[in-house]
Each structure stands twice: as structure tokens, then as C-alpha cells.
Design a protein around this ligand. Structure first.
Ligand SMILES: [Fe+2]
Length: 231
């Protein structure tokens, strides 16, 4: 007779057999947060932004080469669009979203998340953005101004590189639990804003839109947020 069965009947199940399915607890610590926001009735806003962004490209055809590939036709504006009155409506939307984040995350009320830089990118068919991060700020964001079908999803990569060292075998042909994802892709949707940690590597797949002319362009406005003392 074993020690375990001495104190109970031989036919009685042991503790292991009596563990219920919900006995195992898990908590997601150190999560990577991606906020999303749908700007309501964004059609007018987007129409104005499209006009302003093409006008800016006319003014500055060279643009600024960053994660985009100018040789593929991709254009990146200067980074001070938030100071241009034409973008003030979008700036207000970003400010509102930032304030909601500050409340959600318990940030000090004397500080706000303030736009430090804001720029636009036009990716025509074939345009891509290589994997990159946004140094020098806390959060970064993207607002989709025009996003035709198949114009390139943004992909975020698991920042815990050590987590990628020992690949796990998952049940085939089954959607794995979100807490086990090592990458996540978002389809661009006009009027949608994403805000993510500035240290989170991300890239944009090629624009494969089949729309005609400028309707095929994938147009975004991106921005960086830092904590600034409220005045
Ligand atoms: Fe980026």
C-alpha cells in the first residue's frame, strides 16, 4: 500500500485526477499593447487630407527617404505635418486618443502624450516599408487616409526575440491562441488609427492594389508621441 492510498480508499481518485480544467491560472504579464480607433465619419476628413498630402508631394517631390523605398515610387513627407493647420483636425483626433490612453494606462495627469513628429507616406502599387522602429518617443501611430484593397498590411513582430528561439509545435490548421502569436498583421482601413509602442518592430507589405491611378495609392499619416508637461 502506498503512502497516498493509506489515507483514503484504494478506489478513491488522487489529487491529480481531481484537478478541474479551470484549476490552472494564467495572467498575461508584460503585454505588448496595440490600440486601435475608428474615427467616425472620416470620409470628409480623409478627402481633405488626400488633397493636402498630394499638394505637399507636389511641393516636395523628393521627400525624405526613411523606411520607404523611393526607387519603388514610395514618398515620405517631412516630419512636421502636425504644425500645418491643414492637419489640425487629425491632430485633434490623435490628441483625443492620446488622452484616452493616458487615462487607461494611469499616466501622470500633469503630463500629456504630445505629438513630436508627424509625417505622411504614399505607397503606390509596389511600394513597401522595411521593418523599423521609431526611436526617441514612447508611442507611435498610423492613421489610414486611403487604403484600397490589397494595398499592404502592416505587420508587427514579437519583440521578445528569445521567445522566437525555440519554436513550438502547435495543432496544425488551427488558429493558435492570441497569447502565443509571434506576429500580428492589420489590414489598412481608411479612417482607422493604430497606436503601438515605438520600440515595436513593424513593416508594411507591398501595395498590390489593382485600382486605377491615384485610387491605387496607399496613403497614411504617421506620428510619434512623447510625454510632455501640461501647460
Ligand atoms: Fe513606422
Amino acid at each position: 500500500m502506498t503512502r497516498d492510498t493509506q489515507s483514503r480508499g484504494a478506489s478513491e481518485p488522487g489529487p491529480a485526477a481531481r484537478l478541474s480544467e479551470n484549476a490552472l491560472k494564467v495572467r498575461p504579464y508584460f503585454p505588448t499593447l496595440i490600440f486601435s480607433l475608428e474615427v467616425p465619419d472620416s470620409e470628409m476628413l480623409n478627402a481633405d487630407l488626400i488633397e493636402a498630402i498630394y499638394a505637399e508631394r507636389e511641393r516636395d517631390r523628393r521627400g525624405v527617404p526613411k523606411s520607404n523605398f523611393p526607387e519603388l515610387g514610395s514618398w515620405h513627407s517631412h516630419v512636421n505635418l502636425h504644425k500645418d493647420v491643414t492637419f489640425s483636425e487629425l491632430v485633434q483626433c490623435v490628441d483625443e486618443a492620446s488622452d484616452m490612453m493616458c487615462r487607461e494606462l494611469g499616466y501622470h495627469r500633469s503630463y500629456r502624450l504630445s505629438i513630436g513628429t508627424m509625417w505622411s507616406i504614399i505607397n503606390p502599387p509596389g511600394g513597401v516599408n522595411r521593418a523599423h522602429i521609431h526611436p526617441g518617443c514612447i508611442w507611435s501611430g498610423v492613421y489610414y487616409v486611403q487604403a484600397p484593397t490589397n494595398s499592404g498590411r502592416i505587420e508587427f513582430i514579437d519583440p521578445r526575440t528569445q521567445n522566437l528561439m525555440s519554436p513550438v509545435k502547435y495543432i496544425p490548421d488551427t488558429r493558435r491562441p492570441r497569447i502565443c502569436w509571434t506576429k500580428v498583421r492589420y489590414k489598412p482601413v481608411a479612417g482607422r488609427m493604430l497606436i503601438f509602442p515605438s520600440w515595436l518592430y513593424h513593416s508594411v507589405a507591398p501595395n498590390r492594389s489593382r485600382a486605377r491611378g491615384k485610387d491605387a495609392d496607399r496613403i497614411i499619416v504617421s506620428f510619434n508621441l512623447s510625454q510632455k508637461k501640461r501647460e
